[in-house]
Design a protein around this ligand. Structure first.
Ligand code: AMP
Ligand code: ZN
Length: 114
C-alpha cells in the first residue's frame, strides 16, 4: 500500500516519534494529540480497519492488542487508566485507512463517546 500514510511511517518514509516497535507492531505519538498522552498503535502490515480483521490477519491483530497494555504501562498510564479507540469508517471519523488503536490518557477523559 504505497500511498498509505501509516504504511509510509512503517517504511520510515515519513518520520514518527516511536514509543514501541516489534516485528509486527509499531506505536508512535499522534501528531495532533487529543489528550496529554495520545499514542497510535498499528500493525505493520496493512489492514484497512477493524472491518477488515479476519482469520487471515487475527494473529497480527492479536499482537497489536497484546502490545497495548504494555505500551500503556510504559507511558505511565496503568494507574490512572486510559482509553483505547479504533475508528472504523466514515461515520466514526476514520481519516487514515490503516487499522490503528488510539491510546488516550494522562487526564480524566470526557465521558461521552458518541
Ligand atoms: P483516525 O481519525 O481515527 O483515522 O486517526 C488518525 C490519526 O492519525 C489522527 O488522530 C491524526 O492526528 C493522526 N495522524 C495523522 N498523520 C499523522 C502523522 N504523520 N503522524 C502521527 N499521527 C498522525
Ligand atoms: Zn497501510
Amino acid at each position: 500500500m504505497e500511498n498509505c500514510l501509516f504504511c509510509r511511517i512503517v517504511a520510515g518514509e515519513i518520520p514518527s516519534k516511536k514509543v514501541y516497535e516489534d516485528g509486527d507492531v509499531l506505536a508512535f505519538y499522534d501528531i495532533n494529540p487529543n489528550a496529554p498522552v495520545h499514542v497510535l498503535v498499528i500493525p505493520k502490515a496493512h489492514i484497512s480497519s477493524i472491518a477488515a480483521v479476519d482469520a487471515s490477519n487475527i494473529e497480527v491483530v492479536s499482537r497489536v492488542l497484546l502490545a497495548i497494555p504494555q505500551i500503556a504501562r510504559s507511558l505511565g498510564l496503568e494507574e490512572g487508566g486510559y482509553r483505547v479507540v479504533s475508528n472504523c469508517g466514515e461515520d466514526a471519523g476514520q481519516t487514515v485507512p490503516h487499522l490503528h488503536f488510539h491510546i488516550l490518557g494522562g487526564k480524566k477523559l470526557p465521558v461521552t463517546l458518541g
